[in-house]
Design a protein around this ligand. Structure first.
Ligand code: BGC
Length: 752
């Protein structure tokens, strides 16, 4: 009754029509909040847009303003904070039954959880998961995150990074999905679809061209509209198409002179008008710079504070600088997303996260993510019954596996497996590695233990690898040496080169010289240079492999699982071969702190124009540079052959077909890739990925792959028409095992 009287006062006679609905309000709150009245917007037969508009009709301007910025997480006097302790919190409107939005960073699992005594599964890095080229695996990845967010009482994930790898040394590559916009867009889209399948809202970030960490708060990325649409923005376009993500997070940097969060071209024109995005745009944390300009350019929510979209937005509306309808649009976008994803109808219910299911899912994803890049003389798999002695060396393999740092850092249960000695100061961050004041975090479950379990009859010794000569001596006495090496990477800092830090290249060289059966396992954020590659028979790229990493690595080393993953990024031989050998801005300061240094340092240019469309493998192809390992490369313990390709066009649709055969003795999964060379008139790099299929094959088995290529993937962006265009002309379709191993090709003419 109290509520009813309050509403009556607030809304006058209009409340009478709501009267009977309010009187029937069921008891009980939502998401730990007090009971609230239902309204006509709780009618699930209405569309999310209709429901949002019904709420907006009842809202005061202050309530609307409350939804468009981050709220205080401090506890009110005498009460407890409603914030769930995540990175973002927006207090809901309790009298209207609109729940709080509790957001958690959750790129590779839910962060901050362990600090609050909650368990979260640390998944393999998303770059690792992208190596599976498995959209179903990406969906599973998202469901793990969504499931655990629900159990922890969050209703929004702010993972969903899909910045294409323009900069191989970018500290955040591990949070993204590689250099190809189609692969990255599909994988991240399915991941976010998985999150939202759990009725948890998701976002895509960091929109856009936030492709390096150095000076991310002050750099101005420049590129033409065609370049933007065909590279970075295409990844976002596809990820949105596949997921209908509730949110988009605009990035810190400028693009062509305007901050991403007040960039009319990016937000209003491309995202909202062209892509048809119905959700809301939130700023990266501290990435809002103005009130009126940002509001008019399409920013819908300031995070995490209220300096621009709190009182100042109210004043700008009162002054007529920002139309009141624009505030309604911001609020509509937030509310309709909450209805569409289900966080109002089916709010999260706190529960105990299923640790065992999480571990099983993480291990399965890891097994599909780890790439065997070199395997000379059948060095791998190891024969568990026959191997007599193994020297395991380096990278704390006796206690755990490395994870990525920054806001994606998942605190493993049990804490960092590499504990500082009691009373000692925390270990310093490794050179060129972890930023944001954090140390490298190792997730428990030790590869050493998993290896010992596989080969119980072998003598397995461990050496920490800090002294190359001592490690070499241990390796010399063993039949096989397995050297674990690491490349710590983190938000807030890039690596100046692609080389392993902390003398690990010398470690590998010394061990390889002592033992010809040296196997390297890398725990890496992104591409690595391997100056020692000619001297080692086998290399496995394990990325940051997550909580299931140790058993997954052991299963692959001993052949219980046949490797199938393929690189979603090119590995350059050296950073000198990259489009920009020196990272722009790296000279400005040793580290430009995220969220800081804005006024203190000059703006600087990140000129993507010269590199243009030639991102990743397209650069190596166009410039005739030999990569260390090509995009799409990855070996198996069996071999596959390709034959019988045909291609035909009917209108805009191109259909390709070919056979893949397993010629070896083990069952396996081959990721068959299809590339296209466009007509010369298109002015494109030599080829682009246009499709792939994962083909499971038993020994001797052959299957026909048939794919219809999405016309978008064959199109170019026509700036004059401001639209995609499928050019008539002669195309060449190619199929094979990697971007540089394409035994099949077939011409096709598009005439429409
Ligand atoms: C990062 C975002 C993150 C946010 C909240 C920012 O510094 O760039 O990716 O979601 O912080 O933690």
């Amino acid at each position: 009754m109290l509520v009813r009287n309050f509403l009556k006062a607030a809304m006058g006679v209009a409340v009478l029509s709501l009267g009977s609905a309010l009187a029937q309000t069921p008891a009980g709150g939502r998401g730990g909040q007090p009971a609230a009245p239902a309204g006509p917007w709780m009618n699930k037969a209405l569309s999310p847009d209709e429901r949002a508009d019904l709420v907006i009709k009842e809202m005061t301007i202050d309530e609307k303003i409350q939804l468009v910025h981050g709220g205080s997480t401090a506890a009110p006097a005498g009460g407890a904070s409603r914030s769930n302790g995540g990175a973002g919190f927006v207090p809901g409107i309790q009298r209207l039954n609109i729940p709080d939005v509790n957001m958690a960073d959750s790129a590779v699992g839910i962060t901050r959880g362990a600090a609050m005594g909650r368990y979260s599964t640390l998944l393999p890095s998303t770059l690792g998961a992208a190596s599976s080229w498995n959209t179903e695996g990406a969906y599973l990845y998202g469901t793990v995150i969504g499931r655990e967010l629900r159990a922890q009482g969050y209703n929004m994930s702010i993972g969903g990074g899909v910045n294409v790898t323009r900069e191989e040394r970018n500290g955040r590559n591990f949070e993204y999905a590689g250099e190809d916009p189609i692969l990255a867009g599909m994988m991240t889209g399915y991941l976010m679809k998985g999150v939202q399948s759990q009725q948890i809202m998701g976002d895509l970030k960091h929109y856009a061209v936030n492709d390096q960490e150095t000076g991310r708060n002050i750099g101005n990325a420049t590129a033409s509209k065609r370049v933007l649409r065909e590279t970075d923005l295409l990844a976002f376009e596809i990820a949105l198409r596949e997921s209908n993500a509730a949110g988009f997070m605009c990035s810190y940097n400028k693009i062509n002179g305007d901050w991403a969060c007040e960039n009319d071209y990016l937000l209003n024109q491309v995202l909202k008008k062209t892509f048809g995005f119905k959700g809301w745009v939130m700023s990266d944390w501290g990435g809002t710079h103005t009130t009126t300009k940002a509001a008019l350019a399409g920013l819908d929510q300031e995070q995490p504070g209220s300096g621009f979209f709190g009182d100042n937005l109210k004043k700008a509306i009162a002054a007529g600088e920002v139309p009141a309808a624009r505030l309604d649009d911001m609020v509509h976008r937030i509310l309709r997303s909450m209805f569409a994803v289900g966080v109002i109808d089916n709010p999260p219910v706190r529960d105990v996260p299923d640790v065992f299911q999480g571990l099983e899912d993480a291990q399965k994803i890891a097994e599909e993510s780890i790439v065997l890049v070199k395997n000379a003389n059948g060095q791998l798999p190891l024969n568990a019954a026959a191997v007599k002695s193994i020297a395991v060396i380096g990278s704390h393999a006796d206690v755990g596996v490395l994870s990525g740092g920054g806001s994606a850092q998942v605190n493993p249960s049990g804490g960092n497996a590499v504990k500082p000695a009691p009373g000692a100061a925390p270990a310093p961050a490794p050179a060129g590695g972890m930023g944001m004041g954090r140390v490298a975090v190792y997730s428990p479950l030790a590869p050493l233990k998993a290896i010992r379990a596989k080969a119980p009859n072998a003598k397995v010794t461990y050496n920490e690898g800090t002294d190359p000569a001592a490690a070499a001596a241990v390796a010399k006495g063993a039949e096989v040496a397995i050297v674990f090496v690491n490349q710590p990477m983190s938000e807030g800092r890039d690596s100046a080169t692609l080389n392993l830090p902390e003398n690990q290249d010398a470690l590998v060289a010394a061990v390889a010289a002592a033992n010809p059966h040296t196997i390297i396992v890398t725990e890496n954020g992104g591409p690595l240079a391997m100056p020692w590659i000619a001297n080692v028979p086998a290399v496995m790229v394990a990325w940051f492999p997550g909580v299931g990493g140790a058993p997954a690595i052991a299963n692959l080393l001993f052949g219980d699982v046949n490797p199938s993953a393929k690189l979603p990024v090119s590995f350059a031989k050296t950073h000198e071969d990259l489009p920009m050998p020196k990272i722009p801005g790296i000279d400005l300061a040793p580290v430009v702190p995220p969220g800081g240094g804005r006024g203190a340092l000059p703006n600087f240019e990140i000129p993507y124009g010269p590199e243009g469309l030639k991102v990743g493998y397209k650069w190596f192809d166009a410039e005739n540079k030999e990569p260390l390992f090509a995009f799409g490369h990855g070996l198996s313990y069996t071999t596959y052959s390709y034959s019988g390709m045909t291609a035909s066009a009917s209108g805009r649709n191109v259909k390709v077909s070919f056979q893949v055969k397993n010629d070896g003795k083990r069952p396996g999964v081959e990721i068959a890739q299809i590339y296209a060379a466009l007509p010369a008139s298109a002015g494109e790099p030599p080829k682009r990925l246009v499709g792939w299929q994962r083909v499971a094959l038993n020994p001797g088995e052959s299957k026909t792959v048939t794919l219809t290529i999405d016309p978008l993937y064959l199109s170019v962006f026509d700036e004059a028409k401001d639209a995609w265009s499928l050019l008539p002309g002669d195309y060449k379709l190619m199929a094979g095992a990697s971007s540089r191993t394409l035994p099949l090709s077939a011409p096709v003419r598009i005439t429409q």
